[in-house]
Design a protein around this ligand. Structure first.
Ligand SMILES: Nc1nc2c(ncn2[C@@H]2O[C@H](COP(=O)(O)OP(=O)(O)OP(=O)(O)O)[C@@H](O)[C@H]2O)c(=O)[nH]1
Ligand SMILES: [Mg+2]
Length: 156
């Protein structure tokens, strides 16, 4: 487990980013928290201030690792599911979002700058997955798209 401190996390509610390999979780995480590092492949759970977590896509993509996500989610209030705008692949672990029905569930459609983006199709997938609340459309190349999500996650 990697632990890091960052001033921005004090202002944000605790959250966990989950989704497949390469969907853009770490890039988003870093922008939300004001971390300037380039997103490298995530190899393990990365915690900032104990309750803000980035996860490796493998945890989501391989059934034998689902238990790691489930256990990690248990402490966190907001679950952010990230799905890229240019993929209509459905591989949500069955019932994952229904395990903790007291948590706030948020959808993020990532990489909306891509030419083959189809945000309507991805939104439909997210609704089928049981995400009833907010769905944000973001690109790391659009500061304002990230600002909207950051504002939503901010405590004030
Ligand atoms: N075009 C575009 N590319 C993006 C965007 N966000 C991330 N990427 C690229 O997608 C690739 C994967 O991004 P990561 O943030 O490492 O993805 P991840 O979900 O953390 O991947 P894992 O750690 O393997 O689970 C990188 O090459 C990023 O530069 C975006 O908004 N638009
Ligand atoms: Mg990552």
């Amino acid at each position: 487990m990697q632990v890091d401190d960052n001033i921005m996390t004090d202002k944000l509610t605790n959250f966990i980013l989950i989704g497949g390999v390469g969907v853009g979780k770490t890039s988003l995480f870093n922008m939300l928290l004001g971390i300037e590092d380039e997103a490298l492949k995530t190899q393990a759970l990365v915690y900032h201030n104990e309750k803000t977590v980035d996860t490796p896509g493998e945890y989501f993509d391989s059934p034998r690792l689902y238990s790691a996500i489930i256990q990690t989610m248990s402490d966190i209030d907001t679950i952010i599911y990230v799905h890229p705008s240019n993929s209509i692949e459905r591989k949500l672990p069955h019932g994952l979002f229904q395990i903790y029905n007291s948590k706030r569930l948020v959808g993020v459609i990532s990489k909306i700058d891509l030419p083959d983006a189809d945000t309507n199709a991805v939104e439909e997938i997210m609704r089928d997955y049981g995400i009833e609340g907010e769905i944000f459309k973001v690109s790391i190349y659009s500061e304002s798209s990230i600002d909207k999500l950051r504002e939503f996650l901010s405590k004030e």
